[in-house]
Ligand binder design. Structure first.
Ligand code: ZN
Ligand code: ZN
Length: 351
């Protein structure tokens, strides 16, 4: 047991509101009968956390003051008396939520839309409590060759895998990915692994280079002089793409995504737009071209498991998606930087 644990205090990031996060001593969480306590070994920054930091809250996921951070892997240091399948010393990854398994949506097999989704935040801390429902449904032991940083990618990758499942990507399909942040790049990776011809659309050369390294075959620089819809039609023999994945979250790119798919094509609006925005849609295009519009949110326990398997197989690694490492005490600077500089990969926070 650490000295800090014995004193019952730990260092943790507390989100107080808009652009206000403090790393301070707080009580180590209590471990209930079905919970486990984890010593965090790596916590990854995420676009959602940056959005929460900018806004100060997330209606569904986190309301301040609250412990912060949700992508993590670490070691179990305590288990509740009812926990049978896990023990102290095991290396694990735990998802940031778990569905209830009983509500209308869980019974409809869309657990990501669970009415009682239990969220868990607090990864930017020395220790995190994993509540019993997540322990039972969404916690996995790491194979020895999987690093903590690799494993912590399971949550965002699970969201991407669900998005890909919803979208249907066949070998040889032209798949456009708009937006090349970590999530867009994960879509590039997964679509390329499924045999698609990936057309990556991004603003910065560095992002396009990363997309190429992950398997994108066509790169389009989205500067103001480029008509991205025409450009996609040009590289798809005028038909348009089979699939367009929007991973920016802006009404303008949502609209472009609809215009760049072929007849019978599918659009996945993965990037969430600001609240209260709307997008006009050309109804005849939608109707006569039989366009399918999809959106996907979050993940399910099956996708978390599939994500970890993909990571264990070496198809997705921290080397591809994490490009810096910082101690927990630097968290505020890290977020200020992420907020003002686009084109970043993830930062691993090592508490
Ligand atoms: Zn995330
Ligand atoms: Zn439910």
């Amino acid at each position: 047991m650490d000295i800090s644990l014995a004193k019952n205090k730990m260092l943790a990031a507390v989100l107080y509101g808009k652009e206000l996060v403090k790393v301070e001593p707080v009580a180590v969480p209590d471990v209930g009968p079905g919970d486990v306590l984890v010593r965090v070994k790596a916590a990854l920054t995420c676009g959602t956390d940056v959005k929460v930091f900018r806004r100060g809250y997330h209606a569904r996921m986190i309301v301040p003051p609250a412990l912060f951070g949700h992508e993590l892997a670490g070691d179990i240091v305590a288990v509740g008396e009812r926990v049978r399948h896990l023990r102290v010393g095991q290396r694990i990854v735990a998802a940031n939520s778990a569905p209830c398994g009983e509500c209308f949506y869980c019974r409809k097999d869309v657990e990501n839309l669970c009415e009682n989704l239990l969220f868990n935040n607090g990864a930017y801390a020395e220790y995190i409590r994993i509540p019993s429902r997540i322990v039972e449904r969404n916690t996995h032991i790491l194979p020895t060759h999987v690093s903590y940083q690799d494993a912590a990618l399971a949550e965002p990758l699970a969201c991407v895998l669900r998005g890909v499942d919803e979208t249907t990507i066949n070998p040889g399909d032209n798949v456009v990915v708009i937006g090349l942040g970590p999530i867009g790049l994960m879509f590039v990776r997964v679509a390329a692994l499924r045999g698609a011809r990936v057309i990556a659309v991004g603003r910065r050369q560095m992002q396009l280079d990363r997309a190429a390294a992950l398997g994108a075959q066509v790169l389009l620089t989205a500067d103001d002089s480029l008509n991205v819809v025409t450009a996609v039609r040009d590289v798809t023999k005028d038909h348009g793409a089979d699939v367009a994945i929007e991973a920016v979250g802006s009404p303008r790119t949502w609209q472009e995504a609809v215009q760049m798919v072929r007849r019978g094509g599918t659009v996945n609006f993965f990037g969430g737009c600001p609240n209260d925005t709307t997008v006009p849609i050309d109804t005849s295009h939608l109707h006569y071209s039989e366009i399918t519009l999809k959106a996907s949110f979050h993940h399910t326990p099956a996708h978390i498991k599939a994500a970890l398997e993909m990571i264990a197989a070496g198809h997705v690694t921290a080397r591809q998606f994490v490009n810096s490492e910082e101690p927990l005490t630097k968290l505020l600077e890290v977020f200020k930087h992420l907020m003002s500089h686009n084109g970043h990969l993830k930062t691993a926070i090592i508490p």
